[in-house]
Write a protein that binds this ligand. Structure first.
Ligand SMILES: Nc1ncnc2c1ncn2[C@@H]1O[C@H](COP(=O)(O)OP(=O)(O)OP(=O)(O)O)[C@@H](O)[C@H]1O
Length: 310
């Protein structure tokens, strides 16, 4: 069963259709990318999923039942983009307190916090205050406080911002581990290379509407342009063919676009009939970044306000 089902959600502000009929589902153990340009509606969507806002229309099912803001909230962990830690409170106490708010006993929370602080090498931070931490350090703390009550649904908004590569890797490995242990993760970011690396499923939201939904592999296949890179021992004798068009030519390497109705095997056959050896043959799939730009191209760089008549 899906951990989360979002059905036809709508949220309109006075001057904006922030979320306009969005549906998607989230399987257990899945790492799900929620993507979209600035102002697309991602935060509004997340706030409805986490019970901060009520939707104007639509339904959110958690484990197959309508989301219960009292009990299901204890099974979710949300790391918002604007970080919410108490600056003056001691770090250890604060982590224990936040875990208690999520339903853990003080003893169990203390145990868990100690475990996480050892795992992230943060033991010496216990009696420090958040105001003593750097941006990256408080980011790490925020991540720990988001996941330490072992939520079934974890929502991370730009979790790597401000982290150095070593700490970003640490968090990334934890995301994989949590997903492997069955947690479902919604990951919102503008960094497409991170999405490509981490997420198995994505949706792309633009102007409040879902315009793309699928696994990373499916999405890339959907937008492929039938481009192949071929490397040779020596330059081939002939590169003129009715099977493909040459897009790029470098020494001992070609990028070709296969004509409609032709297959990669036809390209290979063309070159196999020549004396030069083929050393590599690989399809070039578009990056998520290219797909994102292509799909939101034409959208003004700043989202415009609209008047709502509904
Ligand atoms: N409290 C509010 N009142 C009125 N309009 C709002 C409010 N919050 C958001 N909006 C509008 O709703 C739309 C969606 O905003 P939202 O914050 O959900 O976008 P986002 O995808 O999270 O953007 P970003 O990537 O910039 O964080 C925007 O056009 C924004 O102007």
């Amino acid at each position: 069963m899906n951990i989360l089902e979002v059905k036809n959600l709508r949220k309109y502000y006075a001057t904006q259709k922030a979320v306009d009929d969005i549906s998607f589902s989230l399987a257990p153990g899945s790492i799900f990318g929620l993507l979209g340009p600035n102002g697309a509606g991602k935060t509004t969507l997340i706030r409805m999923i986490t019970g901060i806002f009520y939707p104007d229309e639509g339904e959110i099912l958690f484990n197959g039942k309508p989301f219960n803001t009292q009990t299901d909230i204890l099974l979710t962990g949300y790391m918002p983009e604007e970080r919410g830690l108490y600056k003056k409170m001691k770090i250890g106490e604060q982590a224990v307190y936040l875990a208690q708010l999520k339903g853990m006993s003080k003893a169990a929370a203390t145990e868990k916090v100690k475990e996480w602080f050892i795992r992230f090498d943060m033991q010496s931070w216990w009696n420090k205050k958040v105001e003593d931490l750097s941006k990256g350090m408080s980011q790490k703390l925020q991540f720990v406080t988001t996941v330490l009550h072992e939520p079934k649904l974890i929502i991370l908004d730009e979790p790597f911002s401000g982290l150095d590569p070593v700490n970003a890797n640490l968090i990334k490995d934890e995301i994989y581990r949590l997903a492997k242990n069955g947690a479902s993760i919604i990951f919102s970011t503008h960094r497409m290379e991170q999405v490509e690396e981490i997420c198995d499923h994505i949706i792309l939201v633009n102007k409040g509407q879902k315009i793309l939904d699928g696994t990373v592999k499916q999405v890339k296949q959907q937008f492929k342009e039938h481009l192949f890179r071929i490397s040779f021992e020596e330059n081939p004798k002939s590169i003129i063919s009715d099977v493909f068009e040459v897009i790029e030519q470098n020494q001992h390497e070609l990028v070709v676009k296969i004509h409609e109705g032709r297959r990669p095997n036809d390209v290979l056959q063309f070159f196999l009939d020549q004396p030069t050896g083929i050393t590599a043959f690989q399809e070039i799939l578009p990056s998520l970044n290219e797909i994102f730009i292509r799909l939101v191209e034409g959208t003004p760089t700043a989202r415009q306000f609209e008047s709502i008549n509904a």
